[in-house]
Design a protein around this ligand. Structure first.
Ligand SMILES: [Zn+2]
Length: 537
């Protein structure tokens, strides 16, 4: 009789494929599911009586910025506590590689409000070199990496605002091929950020074609998500078609009160493109506020040249006056969030300096009252003294639009959490997945449990080329989560974000528990998922 390492008995099994749940036993040997059935005969070193609990494949977070936390800490507690066993990293164009020494400090500063701050050098000349480092590490969960386009562009041509030369194009194409061969899932765009925003469509098409040749996916933080949303969606659909590449639109949303209700038009265009044979998917998090770096509030002209040039410029009173003018009146082709939301719609999430800690969790309007300054003065004061490294939360969306995106059949869940644990990060870092199951399955009943689990397991696994994970079947790797669908609940709020969810009994990575009854375990059974030597299609 076979001896199992672990048998989970009489669980309600939702296998990730979308098919109806069933009650059964699951036996694990080593890293894999060795048996699955009504009743497993045999003994195990350990058994879990799972009557009343639901067993699902480990959740996959399709959109994270956990790159640095994975590298420095190996485990991301706010994620594994949610039942997440695989993180897709390298999103929105951000990344620690490829890196050249001349731009390292500027890139660390520019990334701090999204990836977190780092004291150690970034010295990987290619993405493959960084992946090699991650491959040697024992991780608390798995990671699947994307190449960040902004990091790529900076490595080859710095913070230039012009189109790339032929030589620079070839250098970028070479670095993309290197990344794909080293096992990247694809390339992420961050077209709202410097210097991604300066990239013309022709250039994107050439670069995306390389990703397509390797069967990878382009993920995209688009140029605009408010007034520019529909144009931005069209740009991505055209890019997918011209470059012959799979396209995944990141955190699809519509921002700004006057644009609310228009998300269905974006969804229609995507559905239409899919009906015409394009491979398009999206992700979103289940909240009506977004979160990003405070520099994103500035008009594009103020950002030119990268962080140092921007800070230099902002010291000029005349420049500050011009920016306030632009906030008041807007500029063509620019998403003016301050104008759309007001200072009371923008919250300070995380700062780097202790002197400003008491402002975390306040809106810029509230912080201004505390400091005895005008809101505009407060904004410039914080940008300058914090060297731009301020993370903000923007209350910019309508619930109905968010619900419509998440429920659409081509949407999966991506937390987009910013792992900056010192301040008051957006609660999506801690709560996205339990909140998704609570809200759409238990409360609204707009998704069945089977549909919802598919969206956070097999669907993202397929999209990001994650093999042997994402479904429960004999022979697959045993990434699993055991939870109670009647009790699973997010507890993180904007005021108190550092709260782990409830209703999760156990989280397993490759057969080994990484969370038991709310406690992160010492074992690190996770891997970088990077099948090396991908073949050009
Ligand atoms: Zn983004």
């Amino acid at each position: 009789m076979l001896m199992y390492d672990l048998i989970i008995r009489a669980a309600h099994i939702v296998d990730g494929t979308g098919r109806a749940a069933f009650v059964g036993d699951l036996g694990i040997v080593g890293e894999r599911i060795a048996a699955l059935g009504d009743h497993i005969e045999g003994q195990a070193h350990r058994e879990i009586d799972a009557r009343g609990w639901t067993l699902a494949p480990g959740f996959i977070d399709a959109h994270t910025h956990d790159d640095l936390m994975v590298l420095r800490k190996a485990v991301v507690p706010p994620k594994v506590q949610q039942g997440i066993t695989t993180l897709v990293i390298g999103n929105c164009g951000f990344g620690m590689a490829p890196m050249v020494p001349a731009h390292m400090t500027a890139m660390q500063t520019a990334s701090a409000a999204v990836l977190g701050g780092d004291e150690q050098p970034w010295s990987w000349p290619t993405l493959g070199a960084l992946l090699e480092t991650l491959r040697t590490m024992a991780l608390g969960q798995n990671a699947r990496a994307l190449l960040g386009h902004n990091a790529l562009r900076v490595a080859v041509m710095g913070f230039e605002t012009r189109p790339a030369s032929e030589q620079e194009m070839q250098a970028q194409e070479g670095l993309i091929a290197e990344a794909m061969q080293a096992g990247a899932a694809g390339m992420s765009l961050g077209l709202m950020y410097v210097p991604g925003m300066y990239t013309p469509q022709d250039e994107l098409t050439r670069l995306a074609r390389v990703v397509g040749r390797y069967g990878g996916v382009i993920t995209s933080h688009m140029r605009g998500e408010g007034d520019l949303l529909l144009d931005s969606v069209d740009e991505m659909l055209t890019l997918a078609e011209r470059a012959d590449v799979a396209m995944h639109i990141s955190h699809l949303k519509v921002t700004g009160r006057k644009n609310w209700g228009s998300i269905n038009r974006a969804l229609e265009r995507i559905a239409n493109a899919r009906a015409h044979g394009l491979s398009i998917t999206v992700d979103m998090y289940p909240y009506t506020a977004g979160s990003t770096t405070m520099t994103q509030l500035l008009p594009p002209w103020a950002l030119e040249g990268g962080m140092d040039a921007m800070l230099q410029r902002l010291r000029e009173p005349a420049v500050q006056r011009q920016i306030l003018q632009d906030f008041a009146h807007g500029l063509p082709g620019w998403e003016n969030q301050v104008g759309a939301l007001g200072w009371e719609g923008i919250m300070l999430a995380s700062v780097q300096q202790d002197a400003h800690r008491h402002l975390e969790g306040l809106t810029i309007a509230e912080a201004a009252a505390q400091l005895g300054l005008a809101p505009g003065e407060t904004f410039f004061h914080l940008l300058l003294t914090e060297q731009g490294r301020v993370t903000i939360i923007v209350f910019s969306m309508d619930e109905r639009d968010v619900d419509m995106v998440i429920q659409s059949p081509f949407a999966m869940l991506g937390s987009d959490g910013l792992p900056i644990l010192s301040g008051k990060p957006h609660p999506r870092l801690y709560g996205s997945f339990p909140r998704f199951l609570r809200r759409y399955v238990r409360e609204q009943r707009s998704l069945t449990l089977e549909e919802a689990i598919h969206k956070i397991t097999a669907f993202p696994a397929e999209r990001f080329g994650i093999a042997e994970r994402g479904i429960i079947a004999a022979g697959e790797i045993a990434d699993l989560v055991l939870f109670d669908p009647d009790r699973i609940n997010d507890r993180a709020t904007y005021a108190e974000p550092h709260a782990y969810p409830e209703g999760i009994l156990a989280v397993l990575v490759a057969g080994t528990p990484v969370v038991m009854q709310g406690e992160v375990q010492a074992e690190r059974p996770g891997h970088l998922l990077a099948p090396a030597g991908q073949v050009v299609q």
